[in-house]
Write a protein that binds this ligand. Structure first.
Ligand code: FES
Length: 364
């Protein structure tokens, strides 16, 4: 059941043409979108946010299927339109065909979302720690710090397997030339010989300890922004906290990886529940029955209620919403920070009802 007519929708898909496409490396393409003027406000982004893309296709068994992927915005705030970098994953059903996209092609895109954001302030020091394509949200953040402040400093520690695989190598060098006093960059390389020991190998807790003592302990950075695989994030977060960095200064976004799927047992519903959900100002109601093996997101889909999502694995936060009433179990959470959980935010793709009545809002 659905109340009220649909107003402007921040959680719907829009057809957006590509303004420019260029290969960043052999395995990665950067797409700049041409946002129509009437959608410009809806597509305003904060540094670090991502766009969710949808592709509809017919699978091998002849059935219609929809795939969604989220990619971080790498543009500077001064750029009018958002750009994303899409790295090819071998066999990736979105990322492989995306490598052939060209200017003029049209994509289905949801407006920016995500809470891994940096709001630059004057006189601060920020640190970004990124591995591989984890550089994309950090690119948006560091350019925001450099463009929107005159006195803040950004330190980037960027890990790659080889020098050929470094993304935005030229752009980072240009930025370093333009802001020599306010941007510092360290590249670590794991699969090629490197003369300086601290720059050889993956970014790990030991490297962070050494860099912290040499570079950061006296400036007490305002925030550490980590983006890479889950194991890296766990290692670096633990190392930073052991060095005395408060948890609320450590922010992270991790890659989707294997082993994050949930089992039918984990999502077995233990009681009947009535769910009310508000998204884009429209309120929907549906029920979940005891014994069903469905998350709140899946139950909504089964009831024909369209809710925002992308990874369905607790990683991207596209399905983040506020629990206004009732209780849920959250199966996995790889993205919400402690303050968000305290304020009642949940991930509908990972939530199973634990009370008779559940009220959710995507609009807060
Ligand atoms: S859809 Fe990505 S966290 Fe739920």
């Amino acid at each position: 059941m659905t109340d009220k007519p649909t107003p402007r929708a921040a959680h719907q898909f829009y057809s957006i043409p590509i303004a420019e496409a260029h290969k960043e490396t052999a395995d990665a393409i950067v797409l700049r979108l041409a946002i129509p003027d009437e959608l410009r406000e809806l597509f305003t982004w904060q540094p670090g946010q991502h766009l969710t893309f949808r592709r509809r296709l017919t699978n091998e068994t002849g059935n219609a299927e929809e795939i969604r992927r989220s990619y971080s915005i790498c543009s500077a705030p001064s750029e009018k339109d958002p750009s994303v970098l899409i790295k090819r994953i071998p066999g990736g059903r979105f990322s492989e065909p995306a490598q052939a996209l060209q200017a003029g092609d049209v994509l289905e895109v949801m407006p920016p979302s995500g809470h891994f954001v940096l709001h630059p302030e004057e006189g601060r020091h920020y640190v970004g720690l990124a591995a591989g394509s984890g550089i994309t949200p950090i690119m948006g953040m560091l350019q925001a710090v450099l463009e929107q402040t005159t006195s803040s400093h950004f330190s980037l520690i960027y890990g790659n397997a080889t020098t050929d695989s470094i993304l935005f190598l030229e752009k980072l060098a240009d930025l370093k030339d333009r802001y020599p006093q306010r941007l510092s960059i360290l590249h670590t390389i794991s699969r090629e010989p490197v003369d300086i020991p601290v720059l050889s190998g993956r970014i790990d807790g030991e490297k962070v300890r050494r860099l912290y003592q040499a570079e950061f302990s006296h400036t007490r950075p305002e925030g550490y922004y980590l983006c890479g695989p889950g194991s890296m994030i766990d290692d670096l977060s633990a190392a930073l906290q052991a060095l005395g960095v408060p948890e609320d200064r450590i922010h992270h976004e991790q890659f989707l990886s294997e082993g994050q799927e949930i089992t039918p047992q984990q999502k077995t519903v233990h009681q009947d529940a009535g769910v009310t959900v508000t998204v884009d100002g429209v309120t929907h109601r549906f029920d979940i029955k005891k014994g069903e093996e469905k998350t709140l997101l899946e139950a909504a889909q089964a009831a024909g209620v369209e809710l925002p999502y992308s990874c369905t694995a607790g990683v991207c936060a596209t399905c983040r919403c506020k629990l206004k009433e009732g209780q849920v179990d959250l199966i996995n959470n790889y993205c919400l920070e402690p303050w968000e959980l305290e304020q009642g935010y949940i991930l509908s793709c990972q939530a199973v009802p634990r009370s008779e009545k559940i009220t959710l809002s995507y609009d807060e």
